[in-house]
Design a protein around this ligand. Structure first.
Ligand code: I3P
Length: 109
């Protein structure tokens, strides 16, 4: 699955709140491949090699949990992703349908 997702980092690897200055929203082209969610700056091209930044932004979603971000109301269609290493991200999808589809796809991995 792939599509546009806008990311906000809420908590870091140790579960600590992401500090100010790094809590902004950033738009990516997201590609879910196997157990990895790749977040790329540019649109996905099958043959293009992943850059170092792309690899740094990639999220292992094995044992991660995606839910609708019911406690976040500033933007619509936002899901919350908790990873196995205790990071927390918010992702805004372009529509409710897309948000629900991402939640389903992430949780079946
Ligand atoms: C953050 C940025 C986010 C905002 C966040 C700010 O600043 O303005 O948009 O979240 O508020 O800290 P920075 O880019 O300097 O990290 P919202 O859009 O959800 O308000 P927060 O600290 O309350 O999460």
């Amino acid at each position: 699955k792939h599509g546009v997702l806008t990311r906000k980092s809420h908590a870091e690897m140790d579960g600590k709140r992401t500090p100010r200055g790094r809590r902004g929203w950033k738009k990516f082209y997201a590609v879910l491949k196997g157990t990895i969610l790749y977040l790329q700056k540019d649109e996905y091209k099958p043959d293009k090699e992943l850059s170092e930044v792309d690899l740094k932004n990639a999220i292992r979603i094995h044992h991660a949990l995606a839910t609708k971000a019911t406690d976040y109301s500033k933007r619509p269609n936002v899901l919350k992703l908790k990873t196995a290493d205790w990071r927390v991200f918010l992702f805004q999808a372009p529509s409710e349908e897309e948000m629900l589809s991402w939640i389903l796809r992430i949780n079946i991995v």
